[in-house]
Design a protein around this ligand. Structure first.
Ligand code: FAD
Length: 389
């Protein structure tokens, strides 16, 4: 099979699985703010969440471009990949910087679904986007680290066995460089929940299973450290490129869903004796969103391929991944707004699923990185303008 046959087969298989999880399923979960366990189990059993895990550890050894197609198709089918996407993008840090021992200990279990790697603890209430100011500390104590502090927006923590945690191991004023002194840990949550780790759910405008996590003298084995102590910020940045590309692919899937819904409705809804889609005032916003989505889609695949080529393609990988996320999140949000407008009052009715997807799509110009911060990155690192913060 050629690469494109493989990709087409992945698209068909994901769409087939998603067909078993129609709008009613997601509406019920949304109303109850419940985790879509059945959906995540089906994705895991079909091997999709192990796409990036190498064959030797039980995964399918796919590249990021193929993983991006999986996430895109989930969203394009009206489902919500936010329930499980972290497993794909956290994986990258473990694959790239984890020890052989850590990979052998965890990857086969993650691949077969007996272990869930869904929690990513970076954001904190006081530091916000300024990650280097985070306050959670991990202090070495013999063959353990003792962790104290707090994370916020740690999504899926209640539905995960493992957490990738970023904490300070050297006080900021003693670190050799501003970007050093932070470390990454792969925390086995089964050993610490209720024993140093407390999780509190946060109710949000969409169903996202996000939480606050408190660490109170939480003891974790020193073997939980990923890579070298003090280099965690560099590791996290590298993993974040994969995260940006995968989330951007989800945004493309959302945009496709909104555009399809709007197009179908504009053909079928008749007002003043003709389909509303016959009016240019209705056609043009849909066509504009389609063009915007296609441009962003090209950028997402370009960034994924740059990532897969190990940054050897032209350009700076961080910039490509950030631009993909910026353009795709704006394309999905524009399509969401257009879809509500095209549906008139029915865009607000629960049973059309548009208001739910609208709420879900809103997240991505804010998280995992906000539009302003991407623009600052491009201004400083690509255009050479002065650092603004
Ligand atoms: C539902 C949800 C799920 C999430 N899941 C996770 C997760 O699993 N793990 C995790 O670690 N985090 C998670 N996050 C956190 C997310 O990554 C942050 O919310 C996001 O990065 C923005 O950070 P902040 O909320 O602290 O905003 P702030 O940093 O407080 O920024 C607030 C606003 O000010 C702007 N701003 C700040 N500084 C500047 C500047 N210098 N120049 C211009 N504008 C600026 C920002 O763009 C933003 O619009 C999640 C967030 C949400 C809402």
């Amino acid at each position: 099979m050629t690469e494109s046959d493989d990709i087409a087969e992945i698209r068909r298989a994901v769409a087939g699985l998603c067909a078993d999880f129609p709008g009613e399923y997601w509406r019920d979960k949304d109303r109850e703010r419940a985790y879509p366990t059945e959906f995540v189990t089906a994705l895991t059993q079909a091997g999709f969440l192990a796409a990036l895990i190498p064959h030797e550890y039980g995964g399918s050894g796919l590249k990021l471009d193929a993983a991006a197609v999986i996430m895109e198709e989930i969203q394009a089918a009206g489902c919500n990949g936010a329930s499980a996407h972290a497993q794909m993008y956290i994986m990258n840090t473990l694959l790239k910087f984890g020890s052989g021992e850590q990979k052998r200990a965890y990857l086969p279990g993650i691949a077969d679904g007996s272990l869930r790697l869904q929690a990513f603890g970076v954001s904190e209430p006081t530091s916000g986007t300024d990650t280097l100011s985070l306050r959670t500390v991990a202090v070495k104590d013999g063959d353990h680290y003792v962790v104290n502090g707090q994370k916020i927006w740690t999504s899926r923590a209640e539905h995960s066995d493992l957490m990738l945690l970023l904490a300070r191991t050297t006080p900021a004023d003693q670190a050799a460089k501003r970007t050093e002194g932070l470390s990454i840990f792969l925390v086995d949550m089964r050993e610490v929940v209720g024993n140093g780790m407390t999780i509190k759910p946060i109710r949000t405008m969409m169903n996202h299973s996000t939480t606050e996590v408190f660490f109170d003298d939480m003891r974790i084995p020193a073997s939980a450290l990923v890579g070298e102590e003090g280099k965690g910020f560099r590791y996290i940045l590298s993993g974040m490129n994969a995260e940006r590309v995968l989330i951007a692919a989800e945004c493309i899937g959302d945009a496709k869903w909104f555009i399809q819904k709007a197009t179908d409705y504009a053909k079928e809804r008749k007002v003043f004796g003709r389909p509303i889609g016959q009016n240019q005032g209705v056609q043009f916003p849909i066509a504009r969103c389609y063009a915007q989505m296609r441009a962003a889609e090209l950028m997402v695949h370009h960034a994924a391929q740059a990532f897969d080529a190990g940054g050897k393609l032209e350009g700076n990988l961080g910039a490509e991944a950030n631009m993909a996320k910026l353009l795709a999140s704006e394309a999905s949000w524009a399509a969401a707004d257009m879809c509500v407008q095209t549906h008139g009052g029915f865009g607000f009715a629960e049973e059309y699923d548009i208001e739910r997807k609208f709420r879900e799509a809103r997240l991505y110009t804010v998280a995992p990185i906000s539009t302003n911060l991407i623009l600052s990155y491009l201004a400083e690192h690509v255009l050479g303008l002065p650092r603004s913060y």
